[in-house]
Design a protein around this ligand. Sequence first.
Ligand code: C2E
Ligand code: CA
Ligand code: CA
Length: 417
Amino acid sequence: MNAGRIVILDDEPDVAQTVALVVGSVGLEPVITPTASAFFEEIDRRMPEFIALDMVMPDMDGVEVMRRLAERECSAQIIVISGLGGRVLGAAERSALEHGLNIIGAVPKPFSSLELRKLIIGARPNAPAASAPFPTSEPMVSERQLMLALESDQFRLAYQPKVHCGHGRLAGFEALLRWHHPEHGVIMPDRFIPRAERLGLMDLITREVLQQGLAWFSNHFKACRPCYGVGEGEAADASRPTLSFNLSAKNLHDIDFADTLQDLCRHHAIDCDQVILELTETSAMDDPVTSLDLMTRLRMKGFQLSLDDFGTGYSSMAQLVRLPFSEIKVDKTFVMSANRSRESRTAIHSIVELGHNLDMRATAEGVEELATLEFLREVGCDLAQGYYIARPMYGDDALDWCRAHAGSSDPTDSDAT
Ligand code: C2E
Ligand code: CA
Ligand code: CA
């Protein structure tokens, strides 16, 4: 972390200069970047203490900039400066917080110098020698540590149930990776997957995830027992539980991935259509041609594809239609705020309809309250996932949850913590 440094991203030179002047007057050293690419170069090189961010840029929108900052595990204090209306600014702020970024405030354009000064002074009460009020950086993970983690079984999967919004029965699980580090304890995936991606280790890690997940699933769900709350009075296909895995953009460069996965499923005697692969649109666009080929091959083999985090970043209709998804997952930022925000409810409703019109199933993740589940039922959302139903659990706990849940299929009876 480069204390005292601020990187400014703004394509309007006058605004950028004014920001630089104001922050200079409170002892910060400004660097102006007029484009997103120049901005990220500076961020990678200098790791600034502060960032001033214009939300509307010609080459990349602010939400995407924030997603990329989150991927870099950026711990800088961020000030959003923008001509967008208060409601949009508020939403952008919420999304950034969701990504784990440190937003210290939003300043509307045309901005008051006083307001900007106050924000910075408030953020560094003991400037200039002050240390930041948050951990400055995560322990930098090395390739060796990640390889060691793979070799010594430090990666474990937690399984989070998905249930039918209507009758509440189990629909399947999403496998979520955890790293049990001998010194640092449990490390969440957002803290190490971006690094593993940059180090080119995602093929190895994904393989480990698939192997562990399929083995667990095969042991307990391949036969689709009604005691787990599925199977009675439903069409055979719809009643079988599914297992979802998250794929990284890096997995989509390997055109043989479809065969590898099919072999693994055969080995574990799992039907391909019980496996769902979740991708984000950004990951599917990393290498659009190979991704389309691979995704088509996966669908032809019977795997289901899910478009994760729909509604954040670049979500273009063209991509949604072009790629063969079978499920659309409403981003949890909308779902978590559904009870408080009419805009979020409108977004959820539209996404569910859009999915249905394109013959996709709609899943809402981030369901934390009963009222949200009831709203999802009303708008015809198919599946729900979230802390209200259950948190991600390790294998044995997930099985215990299933047994208990099978007795009370209505998720409104759930005693999820
Ligand atoms: P995701 O795919 O969007 O996964 C959903 C995340 O939301 C999970 O975080 C889950 O624990 C969390 N979540 C679920 N319900 C709720 C809720 O009601 N409220 C709140 N606040 N959060 C909820 P987690 O496990 O930390 O995973 C974070 C991300 O890491 C995942 O986001 C996914 O993109 C990535 N990831 C996890 N496992 C893997 C993996 O095996 N491979 C790859 N490539 N990425 C993974
Ligand atoms: Ca996911
Ligand atoms: Ca998601």
